[in-house]
Ligand binder design. Structure first.
Ligand code: HEC
Ligand code: HEC
Length: 222
């Protein structure tokens, strides 16, 4: 099971732990960046301030960072879904461990207007989240679960809600090309109820850890 390790001395883990203390540093870093050669690339499109000051540290400027498997891709994710999740991190509804530690402090600092702005920015990023290739075992079994479910084990077909290509719509998330570790982690959270959602808690109730890994192997390969 991939857990965020507090022992890992990575910049984003420290960033999360510092919660309130990081803002002046992030702002200083932003100004330093504005004077650097990278500025031209950023100036090409409007990047909301919160993206460069906060989100990019963990998610990358385009929502496609791949440094940490438990940090989701946001590039091309549906705007309505992003808005809903940010509000749920902010009001404590999405209180799974990683959400609570890393996203709650960030989301609590966002106004509704800023939530809308960052959500529309990440939703518009192209290319959308990309396949990680077929790197993990069990993708073909995972495909069968995704398309057909396992009736005898009361696991419904994922495609009924996420769509035939796993791209979702509205508040149903796009999970095609999402990170393997992140998907496994979320299915565990839904399974044990720490990430609360009426539909997914029911769906994930009977799924085993090996099945979670199979379906994640398939989805991350799309
Ligand atoms: C300290 C690192 C960190 C920062 C900074 C950060 N995030 Fe996150 N973000 C995470 C982690 C870790 C998760 C996974 C949480 C979980 O497992 O529930 C996440 C999850 C999310 C999700 C849920 C995605 C999904 O598919 O459900 C959204 C949306 C999100 N972040 C948006 C943002 C935005 C917008 C910002 C900037 C305003 C931001 N994040 C800043 C680490 C971070
Ligand atoms: C009845 C509809 C429905 C079915 C069937 C369904 N899902 Fe979901 N799924 C959702 C909804 C709605 C959400 C968003 C939950 C939230 O807002 O927290 C979601 C969220 C998820 C997420 C989290 C994505 C993210 O970015 O954080 C994963 C992973 C996921 N589903 C995988 C699956 C898998 C695997 C299956 C099949 C075994 C499945 N889902 C079947 C409705 C469904």
């Amino acid at each position: 099971m991939t857990k965020l390790s507090h022992k890992k001395e990575s910049s984003w883990v420290r960033y999360g732990q510092m919660a309130g203390a990081w803002k002046p540093l992030a702002v200083a870093a932003l100004f330093a960046f504005a004077g650097s050669a990278g500025a031209a690339k950023v100036a090409a499109g409007h990047v909301p301030f919160r993206v460069s000051s906060d989100c990019q540290v963990c998610h990358g400027m385009h929502g496609a960072a791949t440094d940490y498997g438990v940090i989701p891709m946001l590039a091309g994710q549906h705007e309505a879904y992003i808005v809903m999740q940010l509000k749920q991190f902010r009001n404590g509804h999405r209180a799974d461990q990683n959400g609570n530690i890393y996203m709650a402090p960030v989301a609590q600092a966002l106004t509704n207007g800023q939530i809308k702005e960052v959500a529309s920015y990440f939703a518009a990023q192209r290319p959308r989240m990309q396949s990680g290739g077929t790197k993990y075992a069990g993708a073909s079994q995972g495909k069968a679960i995704f398309n057909n479910g396992i009736t005898s084990e009361q696991i419904p077909a994922c495609m009924e809600c996420h769509g035939a290509n796993a791209q979702g719509a509205g508040t149903f998330p796009d999970i095609a090309g999402q990170r393997y570790e992140y998907i496994v982690q979320q299915l565990k959270y839904f399974h044990n109820g720490t990430r609360s959602n009426m539909l997914m808690n029911q769906i994930a109730k009977n799924i085993t850890v090996p099945q979670m890994k199979e379906v994640a192997a398939y989805l991350s390969s799309l």
